[in-house]
Design a protein around this ligand. Sequence first.
Ligand code: HEC
Length: 110
Amino acid sequence: MNSKGLFLSGFLALAMATAPALATVKTIVLPPDGMYLKPSPLPGDAKAQGNCVACHSAEYMWYQPPTAPRAYWDAMVKRMKAVFKAPIDDADMPDIVDYLAKTYGSEQPK
Ligand code: HEC
């Protein structure tokens, strides 16, 4: 066997060894951006995830003006609770508002 043949058989053996692994790789198709809240290291991220996407998707947040100040988000969170009876713990509100203002509102990093 010449060296090219050796190389090829080696390549084939490698290809056959990795093929089953490749066959089990699943393709996960994610819905378009906007269906989920933007990830953030802020503590309000998990709290918003738990409190703000039960009734509607995260799209509502993406559609808010990026210039919306903290007070706007504060009012929004309170409105969700007062008007729509969102079961948001008052103690979680400051973190949620902080997350929203910094992730979707006027306090976003430029
Ligand atoms: C109990 C259900 C419920 C929960 C939980 C909830 N919302 Fe809503 N939200 C609604 C409804 C209903 C509307 C639609 C209001 C409308 O069509 O005018 C809405 C609309 C919105 C809108 C669109 C703007 C507007 O004024 O209508 C935003 C932004 C929003 N919610 C943010 C939030 C955030 C942030 C949270 C978490 C703190 C949250 N929502 C949790 C029910 C909820």
